[in-house]
Design a protein around this ligand. Sequence first.
Ligand SMILES: NC(=O)c1ccc[n+]([C@@H]2O[C@H](COP(=O)([O-])OP(=O)(O)OC[C@H]3O[C@@H](n4cnc5c(N)ncnc54)[C@H](OP(=O)(O)O)[C@@H]3O)[C@@H](O)[C@H]2O)c1
Length: 407
Amino acid sequence: MNTADPRPEQVGRPRRVTILGSTGSVGQSTVDLLLRNPEDFVVEALTANRNATLLAKQARMLRARFAAIADPAQYPALREALAGSGIAAASGAAALAEAAERPAEWVMAAIVGAAGLAPTLAAVRRGAIVAFANKEVLVCAGALFMQEVARCGATLLPVDSEHNAIWQCFDRSQREAIERVILTASGGPFRERSLEEMRDVTPQQAVAHPNWNMGAKISVDSATMMNKGLEVIEAHHLFQLPLERVEIVVHPQSIVHSAVVYNDGSVLAQLGSPDMRTPIAYALAWPRRIGAPTKRFDLAAIGRLTFEPPDERRFPALRVAREALVNGGGYPTALNAANEVAVHAFLAGRIGFLDIVATVERTLAAISPDRLESLDDVYTFDAAARELAGRMIGGRTAPGAATADVT
Ligand SMILES: NC(=O)c1ccc[n+]([C@@H]2O[C@H](COP(=O)([O-])OP(=O)(O)OC[C@H]3O[C@@H](n4cnc5c(N)ncnc54)[C@H](OP(=O)(O)O)[C@@H]3O)[C@@H](O)[C@H]2O)c1
C-alpha cells in the first residue's frame, strides 16, 4: 500500500476533491461529509450512471465544476437540471474519464463494479490520492492495478470499512512484526439460515442487511458472503499479504471492523458504529482527522461482542473466491465478472439466491484465464466471463462490464 506522507503543500488548504459514483451509497455519505466541512474541501467533479436528478442536485449544492453521467440517454436531463448553474456537464465513458483526470488531488472511487476500472485508472495515472471503495476494480485487475499505482506515484487509501480498519492499525514501520490480519464479516441477513431456507429468499430479503445501509450489489454480496471473498482478494493486494495471512471471522454486531495481529501477541482492532462516514472521513482528511456525525456507541450498553468461524458449507463463495486467488491469472477477473452478472440476474428475479455462487463456480470451471499480463487481458477475461455466465443463466449479460480505456 502506498500511503506515503502527504506532500507539504497539500496540508492546510482546502483539498480539491472528485467523487466517482457520487449518487451511490458511499458517494452520498462522502457528499454528506463535504457539506458539513465546506471550509476544508472544494469539489472538482462528480459522476453517476443514470441518476441525473441527484447528480445535478449534488453538483449545485457542492458548487462542483463538472458533472459527468455515464448513460448518454440521461445527458439531456442533466444539462437541463444544471442550466444556468455554470457547471459543465458531459456524458459517456470519455466524460467519466475526464472527471477522473481533472485536477483534484483526492478522488473517491465509489462506482460499483468493474465499470469503475477505467475512471479509477485515469485518476491513478495522474498520481492522485485515490480513496478506494470500488473493490471490484482490485479484484478484476489485481497486481496490474497495483503496479499502475506504484508506477504513477498514486496513493491508495482504503475506504472499505474492514480495510480502513486494518490501515488504521497497520504499523508499516513494523511490517515484519505483523503476523496476519483479521477481516470481520457480519455474516449478512442469512447468517443463521440453512441452505434449504436460503433457496427461496427474495431480492428484498437479500438486500435488507442487518447492520449496514448499502447499495444493492454489495448487499447481495454480503448475503452470499462473496463480499468477504472479494475483500480477502482486496486485502491481499492492498497490504501485500499472502492468502494464509488473511483470516475471516464472523462478527454479527459489526462493531469491530477488523484487526491486525502482531508477533508479540498484540491484536490491534478498530471499533465503531457501522456507518461508512467514519472510514470515508478518515480517508477524506488524511493525514488529519475530521469529525463524522456517527452514532456514538457505549461499550457497556452493547454488552456482548461475539465471534464465530465462517461456515463455508452454507457460504461457498468464500472458498470459490479463495480458489480464484490461488489459481491466479485472470481467475479473480472472471470471478468478479461472473458474480456481477449473477447478482444482476438475481436482483432481476431471473435466478435464485443459491444460483449466484453456483453460476460463478460453473463459469470458473468452464474457462481457463491462466495468464493476466496486461490490462487488455483484464478486459478480455472480464468480457469472456460475462458472456459465459450470461449464457449459463440464459439471457442477456448484465451491463457494467469493464470497458477499455478511452484515453
Ligand atoms: N455501500 C457501502 O457501505 C460500501 C462499503 C464498502 C465498500 N463499498 C464499495 O463501494 C462501491 C460502491 O458501493 P455503493 O454501495 O455505494 O453502490 P451504489 O449505491 O450502487 O452506487 C454505485 C454508484 O456507481 C454508479 N454506477 C453504477 N453503475 C455504473 C456504471 N456502469 N458506470 C458508471 N457509474 C456507475 C451509480 O450511479 P447511479 O446512482 O446513477 O446508478 C452510483 O453513483 C462498491 O464497489 C462497493 O463494493 C460500499
